[in-house]
Design a protein around this ligand. Sequence first.
Ligand SMILES: Nc1ccn([C@@H]2O[C@H](COP(=O)(O)OP(=O)(O)OP(=O)(O)O)[C@@H](O)[C@H]2O)c(=O)n1
Length: 455
Amino acid sequence: MKIFADEKSKRACEFLAREACAAGGRAYCVGGCVRDALLGVEPKDVDVEIYGLEAEKIERILSKKFRFEIVGKSFGVWILKGLDIDVSMPRTERKTGIGHKAFEIVGDPFLTPKEACARRDFTINAILYDILSGDIIDEFSGMGDLKNKILRHTSERFSEDPLRVLRAMQFAARFNLDVAPETVELCSKIEMENLPEERIFEEWKKLILKGVEISRGLFFLRDCGWVKYFRELADMVDCPQDPRWHPEGDVYVHTAHCMDSFAKKRVGDDREDLIVGLAVLCHDMGKPKCTTIGDDGAIHSYGHDIIGGKVARKFLEHLTREKSIVEEVVPLVERHMAVLDLWRSNAGDGAIRRLAGKVKRIDRLVRLDDADRNGRPPIEPEDSPQGLWIMQRAEALAIKDSAPKPILLGRHLIELGLTPSVKFKDILNAAYEAQLDGAFFDVEHAVKYAKDNLL
Ligand SMILES: Nc1ccn([C@@H]2O[C@H](COP(=O)(O)OP(=O)(O)OP(=O)(O)O)[C@@H](O)[C@H]2O)c(=O)n1
């Protein structure tokens, strides 16, 4: 089992383990690094927990070899500079008053591994690896849960941190785990309270960027009731779809399967994958607002793409303060039917340029279209003729991953003798529209067009 990312961090951890042992303590790797090593996942940062030594003794050891930053004196956490290693003491709570929130976390070197691991979230994250001997200490049967692909809370203390419900969502998706029924039950009793927005978004990012079976995370969110904290997602639950096109079920189920399809084709660029992943998550958020069932039983959601833009904006603005994310995702949602529509109508260059102007990135739209079509089990996934078609067309127009740049600029109007004024904007907009329609392709012809038609 490969627990250390490289020789440097291996040597550092072995040094810590030898020194801790010589001073009467014991050093273990714990948490995500042990879980990942057991799963054969490429290791990254390492968490080392040192038992049996007070903070001063640990600092004395660290000072021999490392530069470090103290994160919290009472906490007992040290970050080793230049290494992806965090060192800590076993931690527990000290009561500071009455009520379940009235406690502070303190380091206590003399806790047993079982006591310390009981305050970790999941059994799979509560496995200790003895650095010196290579032994595993597994007080909560995390190895068995890993083998059986089960995500189970370690103890009732799970409820101390509501974020753990969202961690469950992303872990289930990342490692393809079934959340144990008793964990779903416990999560359903936890309130979100006032978790910071950034921490919530971090878990969503992990779901989108690392989830293998993202549907597992989304189904867990629904089953434990936490979907209610994401109103626009909750509205998709039970929103019907025509079974002829959507045999998989309601809009939420469809979205979950689309996310699985997206996950299979991530490109490995986090920004790109995040934008497209969020667009897939939001693409049908308009459906609950406009779905109708006719007398003949036919289900329609006319205009759900445009309506969905507004709903997605609301959802995203709650999720993140990064405005650029919202501005890049919303146009994709609004135009998520366009690839199919343009292909069906064998649209001309103007329509394709216009679409690129709106969404900025046709390639992202094609990825969204692909996930949308392939999120309808038991319908088998297939390659998209419309995606291929529009990519070839966009490539020929040099706009597959960028909007067409305006050819006629303000300075051209000044060169034509015009004085800058509010009218400039109207002229330039009209020129851009004409450019999208193919009225001109270079500055010379753009200027001529402006002179003849716009001034
Ligand atoms: N709310 C939390 C956060 C963390 N942990 C514990 O702290 C460890 C490290 O947390 P973190 O670095 O956030 O996550 P990892 O489990 O390492 O997973 P990732 O790969 O996402 O970083 C976890 O394994 C878990 O034992 C916890 O019990 N409760």
